[in-house]
Ligand binder design. Structure first.
Ligand SMILES: *[C@@H]1O[C@H](CO)[C@@H](O)[C@H](O)[C@H]1NC(C)=O
Ligand SMILES: *[C@@H]1O[C@H](CO)[C@@H](O)[C@H](O)[C@H]1NC(C)=O
Ligand SMILES: *[C@@H]1O[C@H](CO)[C@@H](O)[C@H](O)[C@H]1NC(C)=O
Ligand SMILES: *[C@@H]1O[C@H](CO)[C@@H](O)[C@H](O)[C@H]1NC(C)=O
Ligand SMILES: *[C@@H]1O[C@H](CO)[C@@H](O)[C@H](O)[C@H]1NC(C)=O
Length: 138
């Protein structure tokens, strides 16, 4: 009788531990369709557009118009895959940064792109790295 009770307890304990482990692993499997936290999103988008503008040879700065989609994955940090719409602003690149740059309204200068990017961040260390990005006219 006593032995049976112990066996059941042990079985319960083992399955609990196993279930916990499974949950744990599922949390690490693949990207989740999940909105970024507001703060992380702002900082990540800011980092992305800054990297984009740094690398771009356009006369004007671009800015993020809209976050279209984002997915995240926890690894040693936080990995984000996102799709954004960016547009050319009226601010020239060499004139310094300006948070209040309006988008171009002149037909000839209007330009929008749809960009996919992959950014690795360690938010608690303020670390950002652009691993991948590609933009298409859209
Ligand atoms: C994120 O940015 C938006 C506008 O770009 C702003 O309204 C909002 O307050 C920001 N949120 C945080 C948490 O910084
Ligand atoms: C963009 O370029 C400036 C000046 O060279 C640099 O200080 C900044 O770190 C760069 N930003 C990114 C995100 O690469
Ligand atoms: C600017 O970059 C684009 C590709 O991003 C390239 O097609 C174009 O030739 C470049 N222009 C100059 C002046 O380097
Ligand atoms: C920043 O934007 C403001 C308002 O549009 C403008 O008056 C100012 O000249 C801009 N600064 C730069 C450096 O472009
Ligand atoms: C990153 O690069 C790989 C290989 O070039 C590509 O398959 C993938 O779609 C890219 N991801 C993003 C978000 O650009």
């Amino acid at each position: 009788m006593e032995l049976g009770y112990w066996r059941i307890s042990l079985l319960l304990l083992v399955s609990l531990v196993l279930a916990n482990h499974l949950d744990h692993f599922q949390g690490w499997k693949g990207f989740e369709e999940k909105p970024m936290s507001k703060k992380n999103m702002n900082l990540t988008l800011k980092f992305f557009i800054e990297s984009y503008n740094n690398a771009s040879n356009d006369t004007y700065l671009f800015r993020v118009d809209k976050l279209l989609r984002s997915q995240m994955q926890l690894t040693t940090g936080v990995e984000y895959i996102a799709t954004v719409k960016i547009s050319r602003t009226k601010c020239k690149k060499n004139k310094g940064r300006n948070n209040t740059c309006a988008t171009q309204s002149k037909k000839k200068l209007k330009k929008s792109l749809i960009c996919d990017f992959f950014i690795y961040t360690v938010p608690w260390m303020n670390f950002y790295e652009l691993w991948n990005n590609s933009c298409l006219e859209g």
